[in-house]
Design a protein around this ligand. Structure first.
Ligand code: SF4
Ligand code: SF4
Length: 288
């Protein structure tokens, strides 16, 4: 709009927007570099808002040598990813500050296992699926925050080169099924109504609590319900990545009916018998 067209309008100050609204694809260039020599080194880690993915949690808990539950308890805060109650987790800040718990004077103490969002910065990514398309389409944009001097560095690279250098590709690949699931759950929301508590609990378990998921898969109720061969049982016991991916497929199976497991022929009868036995035991204990 020419400047004169606004001459009668009151003067307003538009809020600054850190996102440069230019859609980039993998082969587009952008100018940015981050290294310990920049004057703002570590500034971005002093005020964080980082959403965690299942693979982020898997890598960080392995790095710290703790269980998933301990990691969730010590390093995360819950939030709702949408209006449907779908649970998300963010990285907790250090007590009474906005700084990341993993930040030290020397920089990030978990750098080679840092979360996806840290790897992407200063790029953002949006995944969308066009109507009638079977695949998601990712597009990227630059996030320019005032404190970040990396945009003044002379280096340019394509989005593809940046993703490779930051190790984002394997993270995105391993989280892909989960992201699809989240998108699908969001888009189904208004149609099917609020998800049940049980489906939200299952979503949490399969997305974030790998140790809890492993226990659940070994429980009598699960073992009695589904056919799982010995090789797969062993893999689920010993391989966290295989367990995580099994969890994503199990969620699709339960939430969206995308059949992935075969039920045992007598699964229903066993479930009923076990429920009866439990009710009888409860009645006995209550003296009724
Ligand atoms: S995990 Fe590392 S890179 Fe990410 S915010 Fe924390 S200190 Fe910074
Ligand atoms: S250049 Fe940007 S990303 Fe790098 S340390 Fe500074 S604020 Fe963080």
């Amino acid at each position: 709009m020419p400047e004169d067209d606004m001459s009668d309008e009151p003067e307003i100050v538009l809020p600054s927007n850190p996102i440069t609204p230019t859609k980039l694809d993998l082969d587009n260039d952008f100018q940015f570099a981050c290294h310990p020599g920049v004057s703002c080194f570590n500034k971005c880690c002093q005020s964080i808002d980082i959403q965690l993915t299942p693979y982020d949690i898997l890598r960080l808990k392995a790095r710290l040598g703790i269980t998933a539950r301990e990691f969730l308890f010590r390093y995360t805060v819950p939030f709702e990813m949408d209006g449907q109650g779908v649970p998300g987790l963010k990285l907790k800040t250090r007590d009474e500050t906005t700084a990341c718990s993993f930040l030290t004077d020397e920089g990030c103490s978990v750098y080679s296992d840092r979360p996806t969002a840290c790897r992407y910065y200063a790029l953002g990514v949006v995944s969308m699926r066009k109507k009638d398309s079977p695949v998601d389409e990712d597009f990227y944009f630059v996030v320019k925050e005032e404190h970040c001097q990396g945009h003044a560095e002379p280096k340019t690279q394509t989005v593809r080169e940046y993703r490779q250098a930051q190790g984002v590709e394997s993270y995105d690949e391993l989280n892909r099924e989960w992201r699809q699931l989240v998108l699908k759950k969001r888009s189904c929301g208004p149609v099917v109504g609020k998800p049940s508590d049980r489906s939200l609990q299952l979503f949490f378990l399969a997305s974030y609590d790998l140790d809890g998921l492993r226990e659940f898969l070994q429980s009598p109720s699960f073992q009695e319900a589904y056919e799982i061969d010995a090789a797969m049982q062993e893999q689920l016991r010993t391989d966290d990545v295989a367990l995580m991916q099994f969890g994503f497929r199990f969620l699709k199976h339960v939430l969206f009916g995308e059949k992935f497991l075969t039920e045992k022929p007598d699964a229903l009868e066993r479930r009923v018998a076990r429920r009866r036995a439990r009710e009888e035991a409860e009645q006995k204990a209550a003296g009724t």
